[in-house]
Design a protein around this ligand. Sequence first.
Ligand code: NAG
Ligand code: NAG
Length: 380
Amino acid sequence: MRAFLRNISITLAKILQKKKMVQSKFRALPIAALILLLHTVSAYPHGKSIYVTCPNSIQSAIDSAHGGDKIVVGPGTYKEQLTISTNGITLVGHDVNIVPPDVAVTNTCSGLVGTDLQAGICIQGSGVVSEPGNPGEHLNVKSVVTYVKDTHVRGFNVTGFTGLNIAVVGAEDTVVTGNVFSSSAQYGVLTVGSKNSHIKHNLILSTTPGPYGFYFIGICMDDKSTVTIAHNDISGYFIGLCVQTSGADIHENSVHEVCVGAYVDPGVNGAKLYDNQFSNSATAFVPCTAPFSAGVVISGATNTVLRSNKFSHIKTTEGKAVGVLLIDDQSGSGAIAAGNDVERNVFSGDNFDIYQNTTGAGNVIKKNQCTSSFPSELCV
Ligand SMILES: *[C@@H]1O[C@H](CO)[C@@H](O)[C@H](O)[C@H]1NC(C)=O
Ligand SMILES: *[C@@H]1O[C@H](CO)[C@@H](O)[C@H](O)[C@H]1NC(C)=O
């Protein structure tokens, strides 16, 4: 056993030789952590690369792949809907457009956000049981038998699906990064019933009026546990970020040309939004009306941390847009906004900066650089 542990350490040290910073960190790790690390590294020991060129099928490559495989897709436009349900698959695109096929594929994402609506990429666990969600929104995931793990998707341009560009449903440790998701009618990205999803560095936009006159939601998260949404650029949707996961970690996103930058739903507890930029409410395609003309709406949510964000030019022609709106739920759940922390945000050029009207206890609004607030004494 001792020799084995020593061998592990030596091998590891060799691997890390060139990365001195990293190496010094790992040296500090106890042996148990090293074993854990090795275990993680070797979860998919026989990964290989599979290359796909246009007009061959990306889905065929996914179907033939095993855990640890990396599917590298070459330039071109692929008329496909992708379904990923094997653990440990990495999809990498180089100048790849994915557009709807002539005949729709049926998978777990079909109908997820509306009858017959489809997703461009569906990362799906097995045995996903869903139930109706809020009217007009996505289905809720009630239970999942087996989560699909460790899916990575990067470098794709997914355009024009009827439901969503990409959905993460009953998945764990998914990473979606460096993609362009455009003009999908209902959602750009939805992660629902999943654990530890990371949605980062994606560009999410709409370019033309959608089939319903507007596009609904840029990124929506309704997960079972922590989710990270960071460094995305979102525009041209009715709502930029729909926050339905307690403890969601949302930072350094730029959200602009939307009616609502972020909407924190009733009952959501402890979502964190920091260092984001919310600007230019109002979309080219739909007039925004209160309360759907705001930078951030916290509606009956609790313990939200809204810190160090920038709000600029949150305004509409009717003049009723507001940077931060903190209210009890108006839509019937009766959820009271309590314990929310709105701090150190910077506001400029809005119709109105901060509006608080809640009966909840423990809401803290302080150290914000703003000029207009209700009640009136909130700005410094
Ligand atoms: C993405 O694909 C669409 C449709 O194929 C195309 O119009 C658009 O220019 C592409 N965008 C980027 C950023 O590549
Ligand atoms: C505050 O909220 C209550 C209940 O939602 C509403 O009746 C009242 O008009 C609001 N007050 C202001 C000043 O917005």
